[in-house]
Design a protein around this ligand. Structure first.
Ligand code: NAD
Length: 520
């Protein structure tokens, strides 16, 4: 496997518009701290979602390359584990500084490959960076416990890394989600193999380059590519001890069960259908702006997008005003000044979203605002779906049952807060939810009775900052939420406890007779 001088995603210059990729270069593997061209025979074309121009080809990494990544991570593990925690922390400090320095470059890669606006892509990087910065302070949390359990006898617990771990990432947060794994896995002493989404691996490649620059030794961070074949390799490779997955239910439920059956730890965050309950007593202006932003931002391609509105009582009359706010949003190429939302990821995603809108119409819902057929003049070939609002939706309709993952807000009407809670709790997903009200008592009741794992009170997208954990619930997380990303559970996921019980009897020096009974 020969190292390459340059790679598409590691060039010093980076695109600031959609026309700058003249001659696409292939995406490479990152093995042993080097960019290595793939010998793949199968390639996945990656198109700019705003233009459908070819940006790069992503390899289906070969068996030899997949094995080389695990060999590299396995070889790196022992010396990396034996470095001091403070040494690893120093490298992480440098890493966070480099991510900050390369913030715009990372964001540009995201806008080009994923489609979200540059401002939103900067937020994608920041949310990951915050996890890395918080992980720098993990030193105090790595301490174990000690107790004198009997006279002269004590038990100590230590946190030890697992070994080689893997992360399988989705397309919608190309920087943030790799950064849910890289900092915590490595600072705790593990080595890592990452498979970014085959639809937008560029940001992850830059993160790998920065990892090398920060001083992570060869093999601590490796990147391979591909689709299901690479995933199956990760799930079946015995030297990989833990798998972090974020993505859809279809892939995630399979990955969780196969990883678990193979004896691996697995944390898996899955799909969502996030509801907002809007009460008549809320700050209306705040609620309407928050809802439009959270439904249509990132073209609805966020797992915490607020895709479902439960309008309580008279608030059903407000739907036209939400439509006015949605109409004011500018859909455009993500590099364009003033763009509020970009395209969706692929032509297939666009078709799927449009089909769901058509089905809603057939099933009797009202298409109050129809984003089908809209496109910005400058980008006629992109995967565009404009903000769409579907009103008078009933729970049996396809647009309610399925995660749409596009700029589509579905609206249901109920009369009371109890009905709103009942409706939201009957939904099989439980990632996030929000309530808009001025009443502390109503908010308190909602907070207590609601089953979703992340609750916003007048906050539309209540994603917890990294001192907490990402606590989805129900079908939005595999394994009943036993293992969540970042925060204290993130530390627990990437470490295993070892307890050592020791006896140093003061009398031992003079003892003459063996004790044969079990201590009582
Ligand atoms: P996806 O499941 O299609 O892909 C995620 C990863 O799984 C990719 O790396 C992909 O290569 C791999 N994969 C896809 N299909 C596979 C299969 N059949 N077998 C093995 N591997 C497979 O998800 P996506 O479209 O990239 O991301 C969008 C989804 O992710 C949405 O459902 C969204 O809600 C979810 N998501 C959830 C969270 C969360 O924290 N809950 C965060 C972000 C995204």
């Amino acid at each position: 496997l020969k190292p390459a001088a340059t790679a598409a995603s590691t060039a010093d210059s980076y695109p600031l518009n959609h026309d700058q990729i003249q001659s696409p270069k292939d995406t490479q593997n990152f093995l042993d701290n080097k960019f290595v061209p793939s010998q793949a025979t199968q390639w996945i074309d990656l198109h700019d979602p705003a233009t459908n121009n070819l940006v790069t080809r992503v390899p289906q990494s070969t068996d030899a390359e997949l094995l080389a990544a695990v060999d590299s991570a396995e070889k790196a593990f022992k010396p990396w584990k034996e470095t001091s925690l403070l040494h690893r922390q120093q490298i992480l400090f440098k890493y966070t500084a480099l991510i900050r320095e390369n913030w715009d470059r990372l964001a540009a890669s995201i806008t080009l490959e994923q489609g979200k606006t540059l401002a939103d892509a900067r937020g994608d990087v920041l949310r990951g960076l915050q996890v890395a910065e918080t992980a720098c302070g993990i030193t105090t949390q790595m301490t174990g416990e000690v107790l004198e359990v009997a006279k002269d006898m004590e038990t100590r617990s230590y946190r030890e890394p697992l070994g080689v771990v893997a992360a399988i990432c989705p397309f919608n947060f190309p920087a943030m989600i790799p950064l849910w794994s890289i900092p915590i896995a490595t600072v705790t002493g593990n080595t890592l193999v990452i498979k970014p989404s085959e639809r937008d691996p560029g940001a992850c490649m830059i993160l790998a380059e920065l990892a090398e620059k920060a001083g992570f030794p060869a093999g601590v961070v490796n990147i391979v590519h591909g689709a299901a074949k690479t995933v199956d390799f990760i799930l079946d490779e015995p030297r990989i001890k833990a798998v972090s997955f974020v993505g859809s239910n279809k892939a995630g439920e399979y990955i969780f069960s196969r990883a678990s059956a193979n004896g691996k730890r697995c944390q898996a965050n899955l799909g969502a259908k996030n509801h907002a309950a809007v009460l008549p007593d809320c700050n209306k202006n705040h609620a309407l702006n928050a809802i439009a932003g959270a439904a249509f931002g990132a073209a609805g391609q966020r797992c915490m997008a607020l895709s479902t509105l439960v309008m309580v009582g008279e608030t059903k009359e407000w739907v036209a005003e939400i439509a006015d706010r949605a109409k004011a949003l500018q859909m455009n190429g993500g590099f364009e000044e003033g763009a509020d939302l970009g395209p969706v990821i692929t032509p297939q995603a666009k078709k799927r979203i449009e089909d769901i809108i058509a089905t809603a119409e057939k099933e009797g819902a009202t298409i109050l605002l129809d984003g089908r057929g809209q496109k910005p003049a400058k980008y006629p070939n992109g995967n565009w779906v404009g903000p769409t609002i579907i009103a008078n939706v009933k729970p049996h309709m396809t647009c309610y049952k399925e995660e749409i993952f596009g700029p589509v807000l579905v609206c249901l009407n109920v009369e009371t807060i109890d009905e709103a809670i009942e409706l939201i709790n009957a939904n099989e997903y439980g990632n996030g939810t929000a309530i808009f009200t001025r009443s502390g008592a109503t908010a308190g009741k909602f907070q207590r009775e609601i089953e979703a794992g992340q609750v916003g009170i007048n906050v539309p997208i209540p994603v917890p900052l990294p001192m907490f954990s990402f606590t989805g619930n129900k079908k939005s997380i595999a394994g009943g939420g036993a293992s969540t990303f970042y925060g204290k559970p993130g530390l627990q996921f990437y470490t295993q406890q070892k307890t050592v019980t020791s006896l140093w009897r003061s009398e031992d020096a003079v003892a003459t007779k063996a004790s044969v009974n079990m201590p009582t």
